[in-house]
Every structure is written in structure tokens, then in C-alpha cells.
Design a protein around this ligand. Structure first.
Ligand code: SF4
Ligand code: SF4
Length: 364
């Protein structure tokens, strides 16, 4: 693993772009780099960075938005729970408008269900203390960044013996999804722009397998335009063998190779990895987090609800967008039936969704 000592203030976009063009000329083929973080997707779209790159470099978005990758079955379950008496659902804002097979949390609330948008799972504890006659169900959606915080809150609830706070875990782990992508036949990913915040928690080690087993260059990347440009340079240097294929930490101002050991310990105290479904990617082994038996009192999965067989929205290609097989522009519904005001799929709703990013900043 290699750390970058980049000083952002010494790098201009022009210099970085020139270097990318110089390196790309040495690579006489098309190369594809995938970003696996919704904030990278937004930075790339908002800055117009794609237009600055040489023709033989394509940036594609992967399954980097935690809201987008949650399958409809999860939202259907949350909606079914919200129909129960004396039950209140708490969710982060992005999840609120995502359409499921049957409805959305937003529509449910307009029909009278108790559904609140919160900014932190800690808000759930406060509500649980204030509404002891209600069951408070927090929708735990997010990657390794969010899961330790939710785990900590479950521990607080246990310590305080709060009985009416539950979590419906939709947490997912990023490296298993990346491995599912590169181990599927016909993938054409040359390098990963690895997520910044996730890597603060997991460190660099989990990406080593991509460089060593799959020959795919990896750079853990910060969120500024210069960070992403610098990472593209590292990726090009690795695929043109100027640098050894490895895991580079470009975002070294926040990420170290070991990650946050305390956060991971908290996360794995409460959660355990289980095979989990991802929208578009199917079931991926050990890619989600379930609440351990020890904390089952706080597990909303034990709430008995009937969920009729779920389905994806007709014509929505979010699954293929999340796999990086197509760009949002390739979906026939993009910008027509599907807009941020009237989203058909989650990738158009979430602030980290690829379709929303392309719609806001890259519409042709
Ligand atoms: S939490 Fe951070 S690293 Fe994870 S997808 Fe969102 S912005 Fe990217
Ligand atoms: S444009 Fe809409 S319908 Fe098409 S893939 Fe994106 S979210 Fe799904």
C-alpha cells in the first residue's frame, strides 16, 4: 500500500489534466475506471470532469449509493411495518421518496403512517424515550461508514434498557460487492476509484485482493476534483506499469492503511456479515450486516409482517446502472418518465444516485 503525499494547493486542475492526457497517450486502448461512492459520482458530474478527460478514459459509476443498492424487498418490509399500530418509522431523507414495489415511505406518510425523517439514529433513541407507547423502527441503511454509528446506538439502547427502539438493518459492505463485479464474466474494469469515507473505517487492506488476484488498480480517493484527477493519474501509472499495481491511498489526509479499528470493533460487536441481496447484483455472499442474536431485542426483522412477492419497476434499469454496464443516459426512461420530481428508480432519488447526478449536471 502506498500513501500519497499530495499537497492539494500545489496542484492545479490544468496541470493534472495535462498529465492525464500525457499518460493516456501511452495506453493505446480504452480504459474504464469505476467510482464506488455516490459522492465521487456527484463530484465528477458537478465539475464536468468527464469532459476534461481523453477519449480513451471512461469513468463509470458502480454500486456506491447505499440507498440505491437496497432492494425493493427492504422498502416493502419497512412499508409493511409502518402499517402496524403504534409503530413509527425513522429514516434518512434519501430513502423517503424511493419507490418500492407497492408504494414509497413518502406516500405511506401521506396516507397517515407515522414516518419521520431523522439525521441520526440517536434521534431514534430520543423518540423512543419520549414515546414509550410506540415501537420506534430506525431504517439502518448505509455502508461501513454508517453501520458503526448505528451499532453504537444499539449498544446505548441496551445499556439504557430501552425496549421500544429497533433497527431494520439494510447495511451493506462495499468490498464484497466490488468482488462480485470483478468476478463476473466479461467485466471490463481497469481500476477502482475507492470510496473515501468507507475507507476511513475499513482501511486499505480489503482492497488488496483486487490488485493481487484480479490485477485491478485501486486508489482510495478524496472528494475534491483535484483528488479525483490525482487518482486517475495513479491509476494510469499503474496500468501502464510505471507504478506497481497496488492499493494507493490518495486520501491520506483522512485514511490510513488500518482504518478505524475501534469503529470496526463496535460494528462487529453488534452486526455479523450475512449473504444479502443488492439491487441489480442479486445475492452477494457475506455482503450485508445482520444484527447478532445477542442484540436480537433490537432487531426489527423479528416483527412479523406479510410482504407479497416484490418486483422491480418496469423499464427501470437501475440494476444495470449500479453494475456499471450502462450509463443513466442509456435508460429509456431517463429525463422522460423518470425525473427527480417523478423518480421511477432509486438512482434518480438519492442525492448520491448516478441518475440524479447525471440529470442535475450532465444532461445533454
Ligand atoms: S458514505 Fe461516504 S464513502 Fe460511502 S458512499 Fe456516501 S460519500 Fe461515499
Ligand atoms: S433513469 Fe430512472 S428508471 Fe432509468 S435507471 Fe435511472 S432511476 Fe431507473
Amino acid at each position: 500500500m502506498v500513501h500519497s503525499d499530495i499537497r492539494m494547493d500545489k496542484n492545479s486542475v490544468t496541470d493534472l489534466v495535462s498529465e492525464i492526457h500525457r499518460l493516456s497517450k501511452k495506453i493505446k486502448r480504452q480504459v474504464k475506471f469505476m467510482e464506488v461512492c455516490g459522492t465521487h459520482t456527484m463530484t465528477i458530474a458537478r465539475s464536468g470532469l468527464r469532459n476534461l478527460l481523453p477519449d480513451n478514459i471512461t469513468l463509470i459509476s458502480g454500486p456506491g449509493c447505499p440507498v440505491c443498492v437496497v432492494p425493493n424487498s427492504y422498502i416493502d418490509r419497512a412499508i409493511a411495518i409502518s402499517n402496524l399500530d403504534k409503530t413509527r418509522i425513522l429514516t434518512f431523507g434519501d430513502m423517503f421518496r424511493v419507490p418500492s414495489s407497492v408504494s414509497s415511505l413518502e406516500k405511506q406518510r401521506s396516507n397517515g403512517a407515522k414516518i419521520d425523517i431523522v439525521y441520526s439514529p440517536l434521534d431514534g433513541l430520543e423518540l423512543a424515550r419520549a414515546h414509550t407507547d410506540e415501537t420506534i423502527v430506525f431504517l439502518g441503511v448505509g455502508f461501513e461508514t454508517t453501520a458503526p454509528i448505528v451499532a453504537r446506538v444499539i449498544k446505548y439502547a441496551e445499556k439504557e434498557k430501552i425496549k421500544n427502539f429497533l433497527v431494520l438493518s439494510g447495511h451493506r459492505l462495499i468490498p464484497p460487492a466490488m468482488e462480485a463485479l470483478v468476478s463476473s464474466p466479461g467485466h471490463n474494469i481497469d481500476g477502482f476509484i475507492c470510496p473515501g469515507h468507507v475507507s476511513v473505517v475499513i482501511g486499505a487492506e480489503p482492497y488488496r485482493i483486487f490488485a493481487e488476484r484480479y490485477g485491478i488498480a485501486c486508489v482510495i480517493t478524496g472528494f475534491e476534483v483535484c483528488d479525483i484527477l490525482q487518482s486517475i493519474i495513479y491509476l494510469l501509472e499503474m496500468i501502464s506499469e510505471i507504478k506497481e499495481k497496488s492499493v494507493y491511498i490518495q486520501y491520506s489526509r483522512c485514511v490510513n492503511k488500518d482504518g478505524n479499528i475501534t469503529a470496526r470493533k463496535t460494528m462487529y460487536d453488534v452486526f455479523e456479515p450475512v449473504d444479502s441481496e443488492w439491487r441489480g447484483l442479486g445475492i452477494i455472499p457475506l455482503s450485508g450486516l445482520a444484527i447478532k442474536d445477542k442484540y436480537s431485542d433490537f432487531d426489527a426483522k423479528k416483527i412479523p409482517v406479510n410482504i407479497s412477492s416484490y418486483r422491480e419497476k418496469k423499464g427501470c434499469l437501475c440494476g444495470m446502472v449500479l453494475k456499471g454496464i450502462i450509463s443513466p443516459f442509456d435508460c429509456k426512461l431517463f429525463g422522460k418518465q423518470c425525473t427527480p420530481e417523478n423518480p421511477v428508480g432509486p438512482c434518480m432519488v438519492s442525492s448520491e444516485g448516478a441518475c440524479a447526478a447525471y440529470y442535475a449536471y450532465e444532461r445533454r
